[in-house]
Design a protein around this ligand. Structure first.
Ligand code: CDP
Ligand code: ZN
Length: 155
């Protein structure tokens, strides 16, 4: 079995949609990025690649490459699942650090969306939300950060 760790952060700005785990969350700001900036999917992808020692999201999908401009987290995830197809995903555990918006009303929908995207049972995917207790750049609502671990088994 192999453990993987993933991390991502994106800046929160006006005029962008907020997409987490493939779910659009109503909020006055959204995440800035070359892609759809789905910080949750990006952190999960890095944990999956990390578990296999396959590099990271940037080595496979450079943000300087125009073909990935605006690409959805789901489309990136499909490619990553193909890369790691020799491994079975046992479980994924994530923490989303966001001062706002309140995510608890959307957690079930986000877990379902990720389960669908990855062809997993919802019980294999955990999504937890924390504020940053108003501390630092996360606490000032300047960004949303995600940490993730996963466990994989060779097929
Ligand atoms: O109580 P503690 O300091 O550990 O956590 P918190 O950051 O104050 O968050 C309390 C609870 O609010 C969390 O357990 C989440 O269920 C929820 N939460 C949320 O729904 N959306 C966020 N953006 C942050 C926290
Ligand atoms: Zn990202």
């Amino acid at each position: 079995m192999r453990i993987g760790e993933g991390y991502d952060v994106h800046r929160l700005v006006e005029g962008r949609r907020l997409i987490l785990g493939g779910v659009e969350i109503p909020f006055e700001k959204g995440l800035l990025g070359h892609s759809d900036a789905d910080v949750l999917v990006h952190a999960i992808i890095d944990s999956l690649l990390g578990a296999c020692a396959f590099g990271d999201i940037g080595t496979h999908f450079p943000d300087t490459d125009m073909q990935y401009k605006g690409i959805s987290g789901e489309a990136l995830m499909k490619r990553v699942l193909e890369l790691i197809k020799d491994y079975e995903i046992l479980n994924i555990d994530t923490t989303v650090i966001a001062q706002a918006p309140k995510l608890s009303p959307y957690i079930a929908q986000i877990r379902n969306s990720l389960a669908n995207m990855m062809s997993l049972d919802v019980g294999q995917i955990s999504v937890k939300a924390k504020t940053a207790e108003k501390l630092g750049y996360l606490g000032r609502g300047e960004a949303i950060e995600v940490r993730c671990v996963c466990l994989l088994k060779k097929r």
